[in-house]
Design a protein around this ligand. Structure first.
Ligand code: COA
Length: 288
Protein backbone atom coordinates (compact mmCIF):
# COMPACT_ATOMS: atom_id res chain seq x y z
CA UNK A 1 0.00 0.00 0.00
CA UNK A 2 1.37 3.39 -0.90
CA UNK A 3 -0.05 6.86 -1.31
CA UNK A 4 2.13 9.56 -2.72
CA UNK A 5 0.51 12.97 -2.99
CA UNK A 6 2.78 15.39 -4.85
CA UNK A 7 4.86 17.64 -2.60
CA UNK A 8 3.56 21.14 -3.31
CA UNK A 9 5.99 23.67 -4.68
CA UNK A 10 6.71 26.20 -1.92
CA UNK A 11 5.32 29.03 -4.09
CA UNK A 12 1.87 27.38 -3.96
CA UNK A 13 1.86 27.72 -0.17
CA UNK A 14 4.09 30.66 0.78
CA UNK A 15 4.15 34.26 -0.52
CA UNK A 16 6.76 34.87 -3.26
CA UNK A 17 8.36 37.74 -1.27
CA UNK A 18 8.07 36.11 2.17
CA UNK A 19 11.77 36.65 2.95
CA UNK A 20 12.50 39.76 0.86
CA UNK A 21 15.17 41.88 2.58
CA UNK A 22 16.19 39.01 4.89
CA UNK A 23 19.54 37.19 5.05
CA UNK A 24 20.24 33.51 5.75
CA UNK A 25 23.53 32.08 7.09
CA UNK A 26 23.60 28.32 6.48
CA UNK A 27 26.32 25.87 7.51
CA UNK A 28 26.33 22.72 5.41
CA UNK A 29 24.57 24.59 2.59
CA UNK A 30 26.78 23.23 -0.19
CA UNK A 31 24.64 20.12 -0.70
CA UNK A 32 21.78 17.95 0.47
CA UNK A 33 19.02 19.09 2.79
CA UNK A 34 20.60 22.46 3.62
CA UNK A 35 21.15 23.27 -0.06
CA UNK A 36 17.47 22.57 -0.70
CA UNK A 37 16.33 24.77 2.20
CA UNK A 38 18.62 27.57 1.01
CA UNK A 39 17.36 27.29 -2.57
CA UNK A 40 13.74 27.34 -1.44
CA UNK A 41 14.22 30.36 0.81
CA UNK A 42 16.13 32.18 -1.96
CA UNK A 43 13.14 31.64 -4.25
CA UNK A 44 11.21 33.61 -1.64
CA UNK A 45 13.65 36.53 -1.63
CA UNK A 46 16.26 35.62 1.00
CA UNK A 47 19.91 36.44 0.32
CA UNK A 48 22.14 33.63 1.57
CA UNK A 49 25.63 32.76 2.73
CA UNK A 50 26.54 29.08 2.52
CA UNK A 51 29.37 27.72 4.65
CA UNK A 52 31.39 24.55 4.09
CA UNK A 53 34.89 23.09 3.97
CA UNK A 54 35.13 22.49 0.21
CA UNK A 55 35.81 26.00 -1.19
CA UNK A 56 35.51 24.97 -4.86
CA UNK A 57 32.29 22.98 -4.36
CA UNK A 58 30.89 25.82 -2.28
CA UNK A 59 31.48 28.42 -5.06
CA UNK A 60 29.86 26.11 -7.61
CA UNK A 61 26.83 25.64 -5.35
CA UNK A 62 26.53 29.40 -4.73
CA UNK A 63 26.61 30.02 -8.48
CA UNK A 64 23.95 27.35 -9.09
CA UNK A 65 21.76 28.79 -6.35
CA UNK A 66 21.96 32.29 -7.84
CA UNK A 67 21.15 30.99 -11.32
CA UNK A 68 18.23 28.90 -10.12
CA UNK A 69 16.63 31.58 -7.94
CA UNK A 70 17.71 35.04 -9.15
CA UNK A 71 18.71 35.94 -5.59
CA UNK A 72 22.23 36.50 -4.22
CA UNK A 73 24.43 33.87 -2.57
CA UNK A 74 27.86 34.23 -0.94
CA UNK A 75 30.17 31.22 -0.62
CA UNK A 76 32.09 31.52 2.66
CA UNK A 77 34.53 28.62 3.08
CA UNK A 78 34.91 27.64 6.74
CA UNK A 79 35.11 24.51 8.87
CA UNK A 80 32.53 24.76 11.68
CA UNK A 81 35.23 23.34 13.98
CA UNK A 82 37.18 26.57 13.52
CA UNK A 83 35.62 29.50 15.46
CA UNK A 84 37.91 32.09 13.80
CA UNK A 85 36.90 30.93 10.30
CA UNK A 86 33.22 31.13 11.26
CA UNK A 87 33.70 34.63 12.66
CA UNK A 88 35.23 35.65 9.31
CA UNK A 89 32.25 34.13 7.45
CA UNK A 90 29.91 36.23 9.63
CA UNK A 91 31.99 39.39 8.97
CA UNK A 92 31.96 38.69 5.21
CA UNK A 93 28.17 38.19 5.31
CA UNK A 94 27.62 41.44 7.20
CA UNK A 95 29.95 43.28 4.81
CA UNK A 96 28.06 41.97 1.76
CA UNK A 97 24.46 41.83 2.96
CA UNK A 98 24.41 44.06 6.07
CA UNK A 99 22.50 41.74 8.38
CA UNK A 100 21.74 38.12 9.35
CA UNK A 101 18.13 37.14 10.13
CA UNK A 102 18.18 33.36 9.92
CA UNK A 103 20.83 30.80 10.81
CA UNK A 104 20.74 27.12 9.89
CA UNK A 105 23.13 24.93 11.86
CA UNK A 106 23.27 22.09 9.37
CA UNK A 107 26.90 20.99 8.97
CA UNK A 108 27.22 17.36 10.07
CA UNK A 109 29.29 14.24 9.68
CA UNK A 110 28.26 10.62 9.95
CA UNK A 111 29.31 7.05 9.30
CA UNK A 112 28.12 3.70 10.59
CA UNK A 113 30.21 2.15 13.36
CA UNK A 114 29.38 0.32 16.61
CA UNK A 115 30.94 1.58 19.84
CA UNK A 116 33.31 -1.39 19.74
CA UNK A 117 34.65 -0.17 16.38
CA UNK A 118 34.70 3.53 17.17
CA UNK A 119 38.05 5.07 18.12
CA UNK A 120 38.11 7.95 20.58
CA UNK A 121 39.10 10.22 17.70
CA UNK A 122 36.24 8.96 15.52
CA UNK A 123 33.70 9.70 18.29
CA UNK A 124 35.26 13.10 18.95
CA UNK A 125 35.30 14.02 15.24
CA UNK A 126 31.52 13.79 14.97
CA UNK A 127 31.00 15.56 18.32
CA UNK A 128 33.35 18.30 17.07
CA UNK A 129 31.52 18.79 13.77
CA UNK A 130 27.90 18.38 14.88
CA UNK A 131 27.86 19.64 18.47
CA UNK A 132 30.85 21.95 18.87
CA UNK A 133 30.23 23.16 15.31
CA UNK A 134 26.71 24.17 16.34
CA UNK A 135 28.02 25.89 19.46
CA UNK A 136 30.64 27.74 17.38
CA UNK A 137 27.97 28.82 14.90
CA UNK A 138 25.68 30.09 17.68
CA UNK A 139 28.54 32.06 19.25
CA UNK A 140 29.65 33.59 15.94
CA UNK A 141 26.17 34.65 14.81
CA UNK A 142 24.44 35.61 18.07
CA UNK A 143 25.29 39.35 18.02
CA UNK A 144 23.84 39.68 14.50
CA UNK A 145 20.80 37.54 15.37
CA UNK A 146 20.10 39.63 18.49
CA UNK A 147 20.30 42.74 16.33
CA UNK A 148 17.73 41.42 13.82
CA UNK A 149 15.61 39.53 16.41
CA UNK A 150 16.25 36.57 14.18
CA UNK A 151 15.80 32.85 14.33
CA UNK A 152 17.86 29.64 14.50
CA UNK A 153 17.09 26.30 12.90
CA UNK A 154 19.08 23.18 13.78
CA UNK A 155 19.10 20.16 11.51
CA UNK A 156 19.22 17.34 14.02
CA UNK A 157 17.89 13.76 13.75
CA UNK A 158 15.39 11.47 15.44
CA UNK A 159 17.67 8.49 16.02
CA UNK A 160 18.90 9.62 19.45
CA UNK A 161 15.44 9.28 20.98
CA UNK A 162 16.01 5.51 20.79
CA UNK A 163 19.12 3.38 21.14
CA UNK A 164 20.07 3.34 17.48
CA UNK A 165 22.95 0.91 16.97
CA UNK A 166 26.05 2.07 15.05
CA UNK A 167 25.10 5.69 15.82
CA UNK A 168 26.51 6.39 19.32
CA UNK A 169 28.62 9.31 18.10
CA UNK A 170 25.79 10.97 16.17
CA UNK A 171 23.18 10.22 18.86
CA UNK A 172 25.31 11.88 21.54
CA UNK A 173 26.00 14.88 19.27
CA UNK A 174 22.39 15.40 18.16
CA UNK A 175 21.04 15.07 21.72
CA UNK A 176 23.45 17.89 22.57
CA UNK A 177 22.28 19.94 19.59
CA UNK A 178 18.63 19.61 20.72
CA UNK A 179 19.68 20.72 24.21
CA UNK A 180 21.64 23.73 22.91
CA UNK A 181 18.62 24.82 20.89
CA UNK A 182 16.34 24.61 23.94
CA UNK A 183 18.78 26.60 26.07
CA UNK A 184 19.27 29.37 23.53
CA UNK A 185 15.48 29.53 23.02
CA UNK A 186 15.07 30.26 26.74
CA UNK A 187 18.12 32.52 27.11
CA UNK A 188 17.43 34.65 24.04
CA UNK A 189 13.60 34.51 23.87
CA UNK A 190 13.20 37.73 25.86
CA UNK A 191 15.34 39.49 23.20
CA UNK A 192 13.00 38.26 20.45
CA UNK A 193 15.26 35.44 19.21
CA UNK A 194 13.75 32.01 18.41
CA UNK A 195 15.40 28.60 18.01
CA UNK A 196 13.90 25.36 16.75
CA UNK A 197 15.04 21.93 15.61
CA UNK A 198 13.98 19.79 12.67
CA UNK A 199 14.59 16.06 12.96
CA UNK A 200 14.59 14.78 9.38
CA UNK A 201 13.66 11.18 8.63
CA UNK A 202 15.31 9.29 5.73
CA UNK A 203 15.69 11.78 2.87
CA UNK A 204 16.28 10.37 -0.61
CA UNK A 205 19.42 11.37 -2.49
CA UNK A 206 21.40 12.70 0.47
CA UNK A 207 24.93 11.74 1.53
CA UNK A 208 23.49 10.69 4.88
CA UNK A 209 21.02 8.29 3.26
CA UNK A 210 23.68 6.92 0.91
CA UNK A 211 25.91 6.19 3.90
CA UNK A 212 23.29 4.93 6.33
CA UNK A 213 20.44 3.23 4.49
CA UNK A 214 20.68 -0.54 4.67
CA UNK A 215 20.50 -2.27 1.29
CA UNK A 216 16.90 -3.14 0.44
CA UNK A 217 15.44 -0.42 2.71
CA UNK A 218 11.69 -0.49 2.12
CA UNK A 219 10.06 2.79 3.14
CA UNK A 220 6.57 1.33 2.88
CA UNK A 221 7.32 -1.09 5.74
CA UNK A 222 9.05 1.44 7.98
CA UNK A 223 7.46 4.82 7.35
CA UNK A 224 3.73 5.35 8.02
CA UNK A 225 3.43 7.79 5.10
CA UNK A 226 5.02 5.05 2.94
CA UNK A 227 7.69 7.00 1.09
CA UNK A 228 11.17 8.36 1.56
CA UNK A 229 11.37 12.04 2.39
CA UNK A 230 12.42 14.62 -0.14
CA UNK A 231 14.57 17.69 0.52
CA UNK A 232 11.44 19.74 -0.28
CA UNK A 233 9.65 18.19 2.73
CA UNK A 234 12.31 19.60 5.03
CA UNK A 235 12.50 22.90 3.15
CA UNK A 236 8.73 23.45 3.48
CA UNK A 237 8.92 22.83 7.24
CA UNK A 238 11.88 25.23 7.50
CA UNK A 239 9.96 27.89 5.55
CA UNK A 240 7.17 27.71 8.12
CA UNK A 241 9.49 27.76 11.14
CA UNK A 242 11.31 30.86 9.82
CA UNK A 243 8.07 32.59 8.79
CA UNK A 244 6.17 35.08 10.95
CA UNK A 245 3.44 32.42 11.27
CA UNK A 246 5.78 30.63 13.70
CA UNK A 247 6.43 33.74 15.81
CA UNK A 248 5.24 32.00 19.01
CA UNK A 249 7.10 28.76 18.31
CA UNK A 250 10.48 28.33 19.94
CA UNK A 251 12.41 25.57 21.70
CA UNK A 252 10.62 22.85 19.75
CA UNK A 253 11.92 19.67 18.14
CA UNK A 254 9.92 19.07 14.99
CA UNK A 255 10.28 15.60 13.44
CA UNK A 256 9.71 15.70 9.68
CA UNK A 257 9.85 12.00 8.97
CA UNK A 258 6.58 10.64 7.63
CA UNK A 259 5.83 9.30 11.12
CA UNK A 260 8.90 7.03 11.28
CA UNK A 261 9.70 8.11 14.86
CA UNK A 262 6.66 6.28 16.19
CA UNK A 263 7.45 2.97 14.52
CA UNK A 264 9.39 1.66 17.49
CA UNK A 265 6.10 0.49 19.03
CA UNK A 266 5.43 -1.98 16.22
CA UNK A 267 5.86 -5.59 17.28
CA UNK A 268 4.04 -7.21 14.39
CA UNK A 269 4.96 -6.96 10.69
CA UNK A 270 4.14 -3.53 9.32
CA UNK A 271 1.83 -2.72 7.63
CA UNK A 272 0.38 -6.19 7.03
CA UNK A 273 -0.80 -6.56 10.64
CA UNK A 274 -3.04 -3.51 10.21
CA UNK A 275 -4.19 -4.00 6.65
CA UNK A 276 -4.82 -7.71 6.95
CA UNK A 277 -5.05 -8.78 10.62
CA UNK A 278 -5.96 -12.33 9.56
CA UNK A 279 -2.55 -12.79 7.95
CA UNK A 280 -0.71 -12.30 11.27
CA UNK A 281 -3.15 -14.16 13.55
CA UNK A 282 -0.80 -17.13 13.70
CA UNK A 283 1.84 -14.86 15.30
CA UNK A 284 -0.36 -13.78 18.21
CA UNK A 285 -0.40 -15.97 21.30
CA UNK A 286 -3.93 -17.17 22.11
CA UNK A 287 -5.38 -15.97 25.44
CA UNK A 288 -4.80 -18.54 28.20
N1 COA B 1 34.12 3.82 10.90
C1 COA B 1 34.90 4.02 11.99
N2 COA B 1 35.70 5.11 12.14
C2 COA B 1 35.69 6.03 11.14
C3 COA B 1 34.90 5.89 9.97
C4 COA B 1 34.09 4.71 9.88
N3 COA B 1 33.30 4.49 8.80
N4 COA B 1 35.10 6.98 9.16
C5 COA B 1 36.00 7.77 9.81
N5 COA B 1 36.35 7.20 11.00
C6 COA B 1 37.33 7.70 11.95
C7 COA B 1 38.71 7.78 11.35
O1 COA B 1 39.33 6.49 11.30
C8 COA B 1 39.41 8.74 12.32
O2 COA B 1 39.72 8.12 13.53
P1 COA B 1 41.23 7.50 13.83
O3 COA B 1 42.18 8.62 13.59
O4 COA B 1 41.17 7.02 15.24
O5 COA B 1 41.42 6.38 12.84
C9 COA B 1 38.28 9.71 12.68
O6 COA B 1 37.04 9.05 12.36
C10 COA B 1 38.35 11.00 11.91
O7 COA B 1 38.37 10.69 10.53
P2 COA B 1 38.80 11.77 9.44
O8 COA B 1 38.54 11.17 8.10
O9 COA B 1 40.17 12.28 9.74
O10 COA B 1 37.77 12.98 9.74
P3 COA B 1 37.34 14.14 8.78
O11 COA B 1 37.17 15.36 9.62
O12 COA B 1 38.18 14.26 7.58
O13 COA B 1 35.89 13.64 8.25
C11 COA B 1 33.86 12.46 8.78
C12 COA B 1 34.76 13.63 9.06
C13 COA B 1 34.56 11.19 9.20
C14 COA B 1 32.56 12.61 9.58
C15 COA B 1 33.53 12.33 7.26
O14 COA B 1 32.69 11.25 7.06
C16 COA B 1 32.91 13.58 6.69
O15 COA B 1 33.64 14.51 6.36
N6 COA B 1 31.59 13.65 6.56
C17 COA B 1 30.87 14.83 6.05
C18 COA B 1 29.70 14.46 5.25
C19 COA B 1 28.71 13.57 5.95
O16 COA B 1 29.07 12.64 6.66
N7 COA B 1 27.47 13.84 5.76
C20 COA B 1 26.42 13.03 6.31
C21 COA B 1 25.63 13.78 7.28
S1 COA B 1 24.27 12.79 7.85
Amino acid sequence: MSHRPAIPDSTQVFKADLFAGKVLFCTGGRSGICYKITETMMRHGVKATIIGRDAKGLSESAEQLEKATGSQCLAAPADVRDPAALKKAVEDTLAKFGRIDFVICGAAGNFLAPISGLSERAFKTVIDIDLLGTYNTLKATLPAIRESKGSYLHISANLHTRGTPYQAHVSAAKAGVDALSAVIAVEEGPRGVRSNVIGPGPIAGTVGMDKLAPKGFKPETQIPLTRMGDGADIANAAMFLFSPSASWITGTVFPVDGGELHMRSMVLPYPQSLIDPESVKHMIKPKL
